[in-house]
Design a protein around this ligand. Structure first.
Ligand code: MG
Ligand code: MG
Ligand code: MG
Length: 303
């Protein structure tokens, strides 16, 4: 009977790439294994598969899972796994998350390590088994590690992740930094969204000292395409009924946000310690909850 290998719901790059790579390894080791995705993979994962010319895994049909031997990668929580998992036999887990709430009837093989990415563990499984990593699998593995570790900027990054990336970069023939940026850019591209959709994508309203303040935040690396349409964003937010609107375009790699706003310059200057101007970069400002809201609240109150 073939093994089903799959990552979590709302599949990210690690979930997709670790399923495909582990299924490949199992096949090389003489087992019959097949990678699946639980849902349509995210944009970034699709970019990666396209880049390395690997087919999208089939979406798992939940009715097929009954009595099936399955391997979970990049997750181990019931809420994140396939519907109907109670009827399947989990035979193995390869993951880098805390242990959740799964229990099994029989002993199973578990490989959980506190590293930045499941694909780092899988790369080491290739090594342990003396199986050569081919070009496209190296591409998938390195992509997932760069994704989960935000090109080593995430505090979850370990030496093992870095070592894997350096070695895999040779096989996949990529400059890992520029490739990683290209991947993030593709994954966070706002192509096809209107000005209105971008502003309202993640928009919340607040009352600050009696003023109606709206704060929208967009996480993207597609900064240039937004800033080039700054005037269009401004005319849209200036026409809203809010007393103040701040649109924060957050660059996760530069760890800060570009601000386009309706409101007084001095409030923006004071809140974020910048010389207020449209499109100004507020260094270190990445969280609406922890930074944008309290800093603006204070500045509105004090001016
Ligand atoms: Mg994941
Ligand atoms: Mg992961
Ligand atoms: Mg992730």
């Amino acid at each position: 009977m073939s093994l089903f290998v799959f990552g979590h719901k709302s599949p990210d790059t690690d979930s997709v790439c670790s399923a495909i790579s582990l299924a490949y390894l199992k096949n090389k080791l003489g087992m019959d294994a097949k990678a699946y995705a639980l849902e349509e993979p995210r944009k970034e994962a699709k970019f990666v598969l396209d880049y390395f010319k690997v087919e999208l895994p089939e979406i798992l049909d939940p009715s097929k899972i009954k009595g099936q031997d399955v391997v979970l990668v990049d997750h181990n929580e019931i809420a994140q796994t396939a519907d109907g998992i109670e009827e399947a036999n989990i035979v193995e887990i390869v993951d880098h998350h805390k242990i959740g709430n799964l229990s099994t009837d029989i002993p199973i093989s578990v490989r959980i390590m506190p590293v930045g990415c499941t694909c780092t563990i899988i790369y080491n499984l290739f090594k342990e088994n003396n199986i050569e990593v081919p070009y496209e699998i190296a591409g998938l593995l390195i992509s997932a590690i760069l994704s989960d570790t935000l090109i080593f900027k995430s505090p979850t990054t370990t030496e093992l992740d870095k070592k894997a990336v350096y070695e895999l970069a040779e096989i996949a023939k990529v400059d890992y930094e520029s490739y990683g940026m290209e991947m993030f850019k593709a994954g966070t591209s706002l192509d096809g969204f209107s000005i209105e959709e971008i502003v309202n994508m993640d928009f919340k309203e607040f009352n600050m000292s009696g003023k109606r303040v709206g704060i929208g935040q967009v996480m993207t690396l597609d900064i240039d395409s937004i800033l080039s349409k700054e005037d269009d964003f401004l005319s849209y937010i200036n026409e809203t009924e809010f007393d103040m609107v701040v649109l924060a375009i957050t660059d996760i790699i530069k760890e800060g946000s570009y601000l386009i706003y309706k409101g007084e310059d001095k409030v923006i200057s004071q809140a974020f310690n910048v010389n207020a101007a449209q499109g100004v970069f507020a260094e270190g400002i990445v969280s609406r909850k922890k930074q944008l809201v309290p800093k603006l609240t204070d500045a509105v109150k004090n001016i």
